[in-house]
Structures are given as C-alpha cells and as structure tokens.
Design a protein around this ligand. Structure first.
Ligand code: PLP
Length: 411
C-alpha cells in the first residue's frame, strides 16, 4: 500500500493568512528580526510543519537544529505538561530541583569524559559558550581565547568576538581554544581528524582548555551523540543547546570536574540557570533517543541523503560540494565548477523552489551559498523520500541559469 503523502499544499506559498500576519509583524517587530521564510507556523508534528493556511511541509529547518526528536514529540509534550503543572521556576541556586540533578547525571553518563565530570545549565547556546569561557579562564587564570575562521558561537558580545578575528597571542596567555567538530553556520565544514588531534596536542602542551562547541553538532546530528566522538579525542569542556530540549530554551556546559569547579561561589549563575520545564523536556529527549535509536537513525538518514546528493552533484555542475557528517549535510552551490565562485543566489532560489514544493530548507555558509539538512531524526523513510524528491525537483525547477537538465529548460 502506498504511504500517504506528508506534504499537502492547499494555497499558494505563502498563503493569505501567512501574508497578513507577516504584514502585521513588519509593523511591530524590530527590523533586524528579519524573516527567512514568510510562512507562519500553526502546528508541528514529527517532521512536518503546518502553516496558518493549512499547508503542510516537511521541515528540514528543524527549528535551526533544535528538533532532532521532531516537533511536539508526545513524550516531550507529556513531560513538559507534567512538570509545568508542578512548578515552573524557583532558581536552581536558591531552591534546587531533582530534574536538574537527574539531567546532569544522565548527560554526563553519555558525554565523552573518562574521568569525573560535572554540568552547569543555562538557556541559549551563546550563554553556554560564554560560561565555558568563564570556567576556562577561572581554571587557567589566563585571559586569551582562540577560535577559528568560519566558527560561529553565538550573538552575545563575547561569543561574537570568538568569530573569526586574528590577534597573535602567546600560548601561556591562552585560556581556551574553542572549536566546532563540524562548523555549522560556515556551511557544514567538517574538521579533518588531524586538525582536531593537533589542537588537542597543542592544548595538552600548553595547558590550554579545549572547548568543543556541540550546540549544533550535538544530540545525534552527526551520527554520534556528540560530534567529537568521531575523532577519538577527549575534550575538556563541551557546550550543548539547541536539540537538548526539543525546542525549549536550555543549554549547558559539560566538562572535567576540576575545570567546572574552578570559578568561585556564585561566579557562574543567573535567575534562569536550567529551567525545570526545559530540563524535563531534555530528560524526555534522552528517553526518545534511547527508545527510538536516533543516533543510529541519524547515520542511516545521512547515508540516504548523501547518496542522493552525490547523484545530484553529477547532474548539476553548480553543486560545488556535498559535505557533512551523518545527518548534518549540506550542498554548496557555485557559479563556476572550476573557480568554485560562490553562488548564494542559487541557495536562495533552491530554498524558495523547495518551499513551493512543500520542503522547508535552510541556507548556510560563509557566503550563504549552501542549503543544509537539519531534519528531525524521527523522519520516516517515506517522508525522507518525499523531501528529497522535492529538493531534487527544486534543483531543476529553480532558475539555475547554467543548469544542463533538460527539465529545467522546459520550465
Ligand atoms: N554555537 C554554535 C555552534 C551554534 O551553531 C550556535 C547557533 O547557531 C550557537 C553556538 C549559539 O546558540 P544560540 O543561538 O542558542 O545562542
């Protein structure tokens, strides 16, 4: 029996209700909160999102990587409702709650630390990064930080300053080196193994803390629970956020106990350090990962998508690169296959053409010339097939100026 289609479009995209709400939004929401897609969400279930016009899409944006267990997973919803009905907040450092302690125990049990480790919880990924830096500075007594070209660690001022700036520093002044196993915003650039082992060796030689930012790579996205597990390297600190709580704001730093214990009393904290409702969601996320084998599923999904993408690359010379790890995959578009001149307009055209066919796709890349996969890992085989068919059609249907496909010329 043929599977029912997940994609269902009943108006033009965006539809009239979405357009009306977006018009209201322009009047009252600050301009820098500009929209990527003018489609207004009404309901999410698993891998699908339905808009206010009743159009259902397959969601490869995954709330920008927050929805590895999918939209509104029933176990997450139940855990959230149950915790919300008990209490919403106390401030963990004033009156603690068990859910926060249990979450630390369970995350540390799956994190790649061989010795004693501890956790601290926050809200956004950028806060986790800022606090990881605080732990590292307190532990080393040093001020300087090293981050990498193409790295992205958030939009608060310290995290922003970690993004691609060059100031030579003496190794003895360096508190931490911060890196992503796969650079997310730069367009899913996978760190070579010798780079990661080399950085680890430099950290060991100079007493520098290695902070691995797993905000986007964590929670199974790369086919391992944490991306760094591909490299057989033990980090000192790991930052987590995004998919940790299935869309509720929660982030954390996990790390070697002696580093995590280094700052003085109350030197790290905040009113909302680890909201109990978000933490209840995070415990449910860990259950879903175990029950549904989502780490292995990410690997399988990745193999399927990667295979299809390589086929597209053979037919479309503007696909300059297919890259990623596990289910963290991206296509990079170029104007010219030899010079590899970036083609950001193609990433935009393909994303728009895909939305018209019921697939929501994000862009990425230093030059905004990639489309990336951040689909829920609970996606079914038939939904995946439908989504990839829509992407494939979008590649031919987008006005790719130099596309050799006979179909694209017919459109
Ligand atoms: N670190 C990485 C690797 C990210 O991809 C992001 C966000 O995209 C952040 C940190 C910042 O997280 P947040 O947006 O939750 O502050």
């Amino acid at each position: 029996m043929a599977a029912t289609r997940a994609i269902h479009l009943q108006t033009e995209v965006p539809g009239p209700r979405s357009r009306a709400i977006v018009e209201r939004k322009e009047r009252v929401i600050a301009k820098p909160m500009s929209l990527y897609l003018p489609i207004v969400a009404a309901e999410g279930r698993g891998s699908t999102l339905t808009d206010v016009d009743g159009n259902t899409y397959i969601d490869f944006t995954g709330g920008v990587g927050c929805l590895n267990v999918g939209h509104a997973h029933p176990k997450v919803v139940e855990a959230v409702q149950e915790q919300a009905a008990r209490f919403l907040h106390t401030d963990f450092t004033m009156i603690p709650y068990e859910v926060g302690v249990t979450l630390a125990e369970r995350l540390l049990a799956v994190a790649p630390f061989t010795g004693p480790a501890k956790a601290a919880f926050f809200n956004a990924g950028t806060e986790a990064v800022e606090n990881a830096v605080k732990f590292a500075r307190a532990y080393t007594g040093r001020p300087a930080l090293i981050a990498f070209e193409g790295g992205f660690h958030g939009r608060t001022l310290l995290s922003l300053s970690l993004t691609s700036k060059t100031h030579p520093v003496a190794a003895e002044n360096v508190a931490a080196i911060v890196l992503e196993p796969v650079q997310g915003e730069a367009g899913f650039v996978v760190a070579p193994p010798e780079f990661i082992t080399g950085v680890r060796a430099i950290c060991d030689r100079h007493g520098i803390v290695l902070i691995v930012d797993e905000v986007q790579t964590g929670f199974g996205r790369t086919g391992r629970m944490f991306g760094i597990e591909h490299y057989g390297v033990e980090p000192d600190l790991i930052t987590v956020a995004k998919s940790i709580a299935a869309g509720l704001p929660l982030s954390g730093v996990l790390g070697k106990a002696e580093i995590m214990d280094a700052p003085g009393d109350s030197a790290v904290g905040g009113t909302f350090v680890g909201n109990p409702v978000a933490q209840a969601a995070a415990l449910a996320v860990l259950d879903v990962f175990e029950d549904e084998g989502l780490v292995d599923r990410a690997e399988r999904i990745g193999e399927t998508i990667h295979g299809r993408m390589l086929g597209w690359q053979e037919r479309h010379p503007q696909i300059g690169d297919v890259r990623g790890l596990g289910a963290m995959l991206a296509l990079e578009y170029v104007r010219n296959p030899t010079t590899k001149e970036p083609a950001p307009e193609l990433a935009t055209q393909v994303a728009e053409a895909a939305a018209q066919r019921g697939l929501l796709l994000l862009k990425a890349g230093t030059y905004s010339n990639c489309n990336r996969v951040l689909c829920p890992l609970v996606i079914t085989d038939s939904e995946l097939d439908e989504a990839l068919a829509a992407w494939e059609e979008a590649l031919c249907g987008a006005p790719l100026r130099v596309c050799p496909c006979p179909e694209s010329n017919a459109r």
